[in-house]
Write a protein that binds this ligand. Structure first.
Ligand SMILES: Nc1ncnc2c1ncn2[C@@H]1O[C@H](COP(=O)(O)OP(=O)(O)OP(=O)(O)O)[C@@H](O)[C@H]1O
Length: 509
């Protein structure tokens, strides 16, 4: 097949779930050797569409053709046999196995280990994706784990590679490596279907874009010829305004962390070492770092899920390090972890129940041992309305929401509890441009209403937008916070420097 010929044609595909049409009469084509972006705000139907192409979801109607032949995979195995591979947003790897063993697990007919290790080394060298087949997956950075998934796909020699938000876990250097690999694949005639909310990346990488809004194709464009803002506006069908700062003066220090050292409770996690910082009312402290450098542990140690010595964490002058989450919530601290399904929200519980789980203490939703369901219901409904959570209702289970909509719900739930200290890990992960702007604005507004805010994020642009002060986590240590104003990207790089994963990225090319 030569570049430019149609590889995949999707014609009038529709898929409905109870209460929502996830894809409505969707048609588009992908040419051989094309990098095709799939854009749309949260819940627009991107994941549903790629799941149909990968055989995970069956369309209600419509048809697809691959290289001109009817194509209707009923399971991923069929899709892979036809040359369609997919790298998911969440990796399905076993931490206690090495790279080669993990790759073998995903193959239908794995070769002998020695031969497989050689194949992995060859593909890794040919595509500029540094990876040692003998290393334990538990010791790898997020970027390296993604390479395991990509190499697993490349070993099948795919004609179409689907990638769902691949750069959300990568450092800028790792993104460069990935893009080089994708461009190489493209030059060899492989097509790539690329889902991302990062519009500048799409402009740099993609040849064509199909834009979905509420399940329908609303536009196609050539990303290079459009500004990121124009594409965002096509997605939401409205004009966007960036977050505004109030410029309000700061108040007194309310969160103090001193010499916080604690072993990680997470297998292959990163222990925290002598962390110290303080945050005043009205201040946003941004904490950067490559994934796996102690972000999850820091959130646990601040939320109270991980206890330490009493004075390692002080809220309003009171030693709280040895107290659990309920006591800390009572003292005014709310926290939103990164993992939305399973940690921030119970997947099978309704939005009302999930609102109750975190809001019970501060919103007084339990009285004399009885749950005040009407109050819980109106708390949940308020979050849905204020944070524009797209859902058929508050009775819906958390797992039925699209990733971005659940994220809006989780962040909204914490911000709506009138907190004095807010700790959020990755507030806009997987959230579209308009919703991300709304969440960032809500964070800035909460700070202006005199809360102290800690935002942990791998998105540097996000931190520079919301934070007053900036620090970086690196192998469990935190640099001393510095004012964001006047910081250069080089200085930020140095603060983050030495973080594992970046090292590999720099030396591996
Ligand atoms: N298994 C399911 N059951 C019920 N509804 C679902 C299911 N999967 C998706 N939906 C609904 O279908 C719609 C489209 O969701 P989808 O995950 O495809 O959106 P998306 O564009 O990928 O969003 P995001 O960018 O937030 O990941 C949403 O309203 C979602 O709630």
């Amino acid at each position: 097949m030569t570049n430019g010929e149609t590889l995949l044609r999707v014609e009038g595909v529709t898929k409905a779930y109870p209460g929502v049409v996830a894809n409505s009469d969707v048609s588009f084509t992908i040419k051989a050797g094309e990098v095709h972006a799939l854009l749309g705000e949260n819940g627009a139907g991107k994941s549903t569409l790629v799941k149909m192409i990968y055989g995970l979801v069956k369309p209600d109607s419509g048809r697809m053709t691959l290289r001109g032949q009817p194509y209707a995979p009923t399971e991923p195995r069929m899709a892979r046999a036809s040359g369609v591979a997919m790298v998911f947003q969440h990796f399905s790897l076993f931490e206690a196995l090495n790279v080669a063993e993990n790759v073998a697990l995903g193959m239908e007919h794995p070769p002998k280990m020695g031969a497989l290790a050689t194949q992995i080394r060859n593909v890794s060298a040919a595509y500029g994706l540094p990876l040692d087949p003998a290393r334990m997956v538990g010791d790898l950075s997020a970027g390296e784990r993604q390479r395991v998934e990509i190499i697993r796909c490349l070993l099948q020699d795919p004609k179409l590679l689907i990638m769902d938000e691949p750069t959300s876990v990568l450092t800028p250097q790792e993104v460069e490596i990935l893009f080089r690999t994708l461009r190489l694949l493209k030059s060899e005639g492989t097509s790539i279907l690329y889902i991302s909310h990062k519009l500048e990346e799409i402009r740099a990488l993609c040849d064509e874009a199909t834009i979905l809004r509420r399940g329908k194709v609303v536009a196609t464009c050539t990303p290079r010829d459009r500004s990121a803002r124009e594409m965002a506006e096509l997605m939401v069908g409205a004009t966007l305004t960036p977050p505004a700062r109030s410029g309000k003066a700061k108040g007194g220090v309310v969160l103090e962390v001193a010499d916080l050292s604690v072993a990680s409770p997470i297998p292959f996690g990163t222990s925290l070492k002598h962390i110290g910082f303080s945050v005043a009312r009205g201040e946003v402290l941004g904490i950067a770092g490559v994934a796996g450098n102690g972000q999850d542990e820091l959130l646990l140690a601040l939320s109270g899920e991980l206890t330490t010595t009493r004075d390692a964490v002080r809220i309003d002058g009171q030693g709280m390090g040895d107290q659990g989450p309920v006591a800390r919530r009572r003292a005014g601290l709310v926290a939103a972890p990164e993992e939305r399904l399973g940690h921030a929200a119970a997947p099978d519980m309704s939005l009302v129940e999930n609102a109750l789980l975190s809001g019970a203490t501060r919103k007084g939703l339990v009285r004399n041992g009885f749950i005040d369901w009407p109050a819980a219901q109106s708390f949940a409904a308020g979050i849905v309305a204020e944070f524009d959570v797209r859902t058929p209702g508050t009775h819906v289970a958390a797992r039925a929401l699209s990733g971005g909509n659940l994220q809006k719900f989780v962040v909204g739930r914490e911000l709506s509890q009138d907190p004095t200290v807010i700790v959020i890990n990755q507030p806009t992960w997987g959230v579209d441009a308009a919703a991300a702007a709304a969440i960032r604005q809500a964070i800035i507004d909460r700070a202006a209403a005199s809360a102290a805010v800690v935002v942990i994020s791998q998105d540097l642009d996000e931190l520079l937008e919301v934070a007053d002060n900036f620090a970086a986590l690196n192998a469990g240590r935190l640099t001393s916070p510095r004012p964001v104003q006047g910081l250069t990207i080089d200085e930020i790089g140095l603060m983050m420097g030495g973080a594992h994963g970046m090292e590999g990225a720099q030396h591996g090319v």
